[in-house]
Design a protein. Structure first.
Length: 117
């Protein structure tokens, strides 16, 4: 792997951790959700660090900001899908608490990054 600037961003590192947690959590989802909620959650979580990385590689502040906004939108998507998973009893309160703090922290960091870009 190449050493690029986005890898130095704490928000990127945390979003990678979040993605790993999402993959771990979704292992316990019902098999019939493999192409539904499981897939959607995983894709949305992968989108977060991917868009942070892509934004960091852009030259203009406007382009960087747009990708950071997309990353934040994907984070909100993950939050919504986790709420749905909890309502369907696919996710325990303990698992949700484990991920909620990380979601809030990443959201705040992305909002700061957008504001200061």
């Amino acid at each position: 792997m190449i050493n690029l600037s986005h890898k130095k961003l704490d928000v990127w590192k945390l979003s990678i951790q979040l993605t790993a947690i999402i993959y771990e959590i979704t292992l316990g989802f019902p098999k019939h959700e493999l192409y539904g909620l499981t897939s959607q959650l995983r894709r949305a979580s992968v989108s977060i660090p991917s868009n942070i990385a892509e934004g960091a590689a852009r030259k203009s502040a406007k382009e960087r900001c747009r990708f950071y906004e997309i990353a934040r939108s994907s984070l909100v998507e993950v939050d919504t899908q986790l709420e749905i998973a909890q309502k369907l009893n696919y996710l325990s309160d303990k698992e949700l608490i484990k991920v909620e703090n990380k979601l809030e922290h990443i959201f705040a960091m992305l909002s700061n990054l957008i504001k200061n870009t």
